[in-house]
Write a protein of this length. Sequence first.
Length: 267
Amino acid sequence: MSCMTQHEDHAMEVITVPCLYDNYAYLVVNGEAGEAAVVDLPEAWPVMRAVAEHELKLTAVLCTHHHHDHIGGLDDLLDEYGELPVYGFHQDRTRIPYLSELLDDNDIFQVCGFDMQMLHTPGHTSASVVFQAGNHLFVGDTLFGAGCGRLFEGTPEQMVSSLDRITGCPTDSLVYFGHEYTELNLRFAAEVDPLNPAVRERQKRVADVRAQGRPSAPSRLADELATNPFLRIEDASLIEHLKADTAVPDDRISVFAALREKRNHFS
């Protein structure tokens, strides 16, 4: 099963909250109810400030995976607000403190009056998940702007399968990723996919956005499909260019693995 097929609820607003050096937390807001839930919590203070500035009531925490730069603010947040439901994948129950709402793959639940679905997307970690609400995809470190997460616990096969689940969602979906890596990822995309004009066009757009001090998140899934090399592993031009300096079979998993290895050493 892939993403829920439903129309966007126009009562939903998402506030992007920069945290730490390059992380993002996201507030899912029901303005009519004055409620919000936070997806990932690198640190508490920026999130608490955003909640106060928008005069919201924080009602839940959603965790995409257990890495400290995504859950490091839990102690301070719960110390401030008291007990809140903390949602995450059941296999992370020993790695995410305070995890109280243990979800399984494809589970549908409600936060702030919105239906959300959790998709298990192993690759970056064994228990990484994506939260989907309408046309909003909160992907953690599975997918980035023009990139994807490192394989700390998963395999190339798992990550390709997880990315396939994400790309099975509607192309107008908004992608909320965990780090501001988009400019660097687009430089890598331009190197491995040099004949793709969409990459150059997106580089210009993102450079303008970042020059204004604004986040490149969210992106649109359609833009990821057009410019993200990890979603273009069947593209003949990309594969031909990759083969110029890398011995790689044509199958999707081998192409992905070769790209991920090159990206690991790109700076």
